[in-house]
Design a binder for this molecule. Sequence first.
Ligand code: ANZ
Ligand code: ZN
Length: 833
Amino acid sequence: MEFKYAFEEIERRWQEEWEIKRLFRTPDHDPRPRYYCLEMFPYPSGRIHMGHVRNYTIGDVIARYKRMQGFNVLHPMGWDAFGLPAENAAIKHGIHPANWTYENIDYMRRQLKRLGLSYDWSREIATCDPRYYRWEQLFFLEMFERGLVYRKKSKVNWCDGCQTVLANEQVEDGSCWRCGSQVVEKELEGWFFKITAYAEELLKDCNKLAGWPEKVLTMQRNWIGRSEGVEIRFVIDGLDKEVVVFTTRPDTIFGVTFLSISPEHPLALELAAGKEGHVSAFIERWSRMPPKERRELKEKDGVFTGAFALHPLTGERVPVYVANFVLMEYGTGAVMAVPAHDQRDFEFAGKYGLPIKVVIQPGSLSLKPDLMVEAWEGGGRLVNSGQFDGMESDEAKGAIIRHLEKRGVGRRKVTYRLRDWGISRQRYWGAPIPIVYCERCGVVPVPTDELPVRLPLDAQINPQGRSPLAEMESFYKTRCPRCSGEARRETDTMDTFVESSWYFARYVCPDEDKRPLDRERVDRWLPVDQYIGGVEHAILHLLYSRFFTKALRDLGWLSAGEPFKNLLTQGMVLKEGSKMSKSKGNVVDPDEMIKAYGADTVRLFVLFAAPPEKDLEWSDKGIEGSHRFLKRLWSLVTDNIEALRRTKGDAAAIRMAVADLPQLKKIRQKTHETIARVTEDIERRFHFNTAISAVMELINDVTAYLNRHEADGTADEQSWPVIKEAVEAAIILLSPMTPHISDELWRMIGHEGYVCLESWPRVDEAALRSETISIVVQVNGRLRGNIEVHRNAGDKAIEAAALSDPGVMRHIEGKDIKKVIHVRGRLVNFIVG
Ligand code: ANZ
Ligand code: ZN
């Protein structure tokens, strides 16, 4: 009988059966240890792409593997469903964002199901559902109450393309992370999450995340950007004013020859005594520059204010400059300039002829201001620094800070680069911010029993991109919850990164309708054991989620301090060396591939082509090869189906077979080596590619054995228990990666259950050890033979076996053996004469 590998029919049938039998539902009460495996949920853009396929296949293999290892695995999926593309599509195609989004979700869910991913679909969530975002509004109000949410007018990053504000994390190289438009600066009022309140903890806890890639942790640490330093007050000569600077190098304080302040510094104009014209012209010019250009300024530029500051330790008068490289957003917006030891100050001093004073001498070198071509920014021994002369930089830092504090002109200060997270978006398709503005009462939170503030679905989408909410009376016109007077609702919506900052907790209790989270269940499941997603979120989403977890912990909603215990960042999917993308026209459509080869082949290919952290180059040849391998596995089973079915693979039969036939012993050894290798490759580093090649080797060995012995008629009943063990191992080991064909073959060879519910196979250590060893035989130091002996054979038996080797015999015949050199387990050398 011929069996064709009819993958389409097979895959559909198993997907249906898994679903009907609810195999991947996760019970809350279960004695098994828990394992929460999560992939970053997708934005429902319309169709899944190969990046999704890769991400979700990797997650699925881990989930299935852990299930077989005896864990109660939670593996949910949902939709990051708010966001701009829905609005843009609405403008372009005249379809409402809600319809567009839900249609996309339906389509993409079908696509994901065709991949055979083992999700518990009963936990599915879509963040645009009021049953989800109502709880986010509640969190907003609770955070507002605690001062973790506040409103301020500030300079924000504005994207004209998207017609909305962007958070700092969403600006990449001065451009919008989403549409690439150049970001401009705008003064706007908006809402902020006080992520800076957690700066220290977010930084410190990076050290606890041993299961995260080091490069992601480094990016987070740099983004938070902690600097330990000191704020120092400089009094302005003749004015009742002072400038406070922030420095991380108090050891250089005696080298200060001028001060630089930001063009945005509140004192910039006030200090300009008699030089207002120059200063204001400079500031004018600077403020008209787009922020991107400002960030990329190469030329240090500035203007003298006319004012002098008094050095707090020497009393010297130093000029105060406005300088284009001093940022108002960092530190105090003012810098004590030390041209000898700071490169920017060095260049600035060179340009404006300001003095350079060396106060740090590095090692043996002796710096001379006139001969310096650049600043010496390292440490060294202090000179020209009064009582601190001779100290090392590090020691001097502490001593000078203490000295400044004692004199009341300085105080220790830790500064962070991290800024608060601006979450107001001037767009429609997002969660409404639950706030009301009343002329009498001011900013009033919406009472929690009135949540959710629903996003009205009857809005007319504005073709210019402006939010229709601001023009929708039925939405914004309301009564003040406090005084019942007329009031106006907040018409901004929340950044969609807010939704993705806590969805992993909601999956644990998606049915909860009285409160956002059921603490008992959340504490049982969080933190996520394994999170998998693209490295492009190394800062954005991962930092926000870490912040939100800590904030929710402090609000009493959960206990975990971190959301994700282990993080796997998968590489990109490339075609001809560049990232697959619609704009480049180099996308390979997953659906087409599934149609042509089946989901198992697609899954196998993305796992086999590269280890998960590395980029994966798409290859038509590669996918053909994966398909061919599955067909070979298929034939191996179906060609021998009678023998495989009839064979009982009991341990006694296996033991007898391997005792009699050394070739079978080799097969069995290979089987268990493969189990060991696959387990280790998955367990240690998720290196599915090497795991798969191990199984391929096993299949090759078995096929070769059968071919050989079928030809000479020795593939008899006795060998089948061992062959069956090997074939079964291959099916089980492959099942997390190619689940459909595995379940199919498993049934075919006579099992009743599901291979995906089988226990992961155990290595039989005894099988790994070979019973025979091979020994080199020499005569007078020259290689004359190779013998196989039992590993426990005695010296005499080995030497006798060596002497009876035909090659050895020929060289010894008729001669006297003078000496035998025997290296145990390795070599026998007969010295003859
Ligand atoms: C004096 C000094 C001497 C400095 C020296 C450096 C070297 P990090 O480590 O990144 O925190 N700075 C302070 N505020 C600034 C601002 N708003 N815009 C631009 N630069 C600013 O950097 C801290 C150092 O950056 C501070 O230490 C200050 O220059 C400068 F040999 O003060 B330093
Ligand atoms: Zn944009």
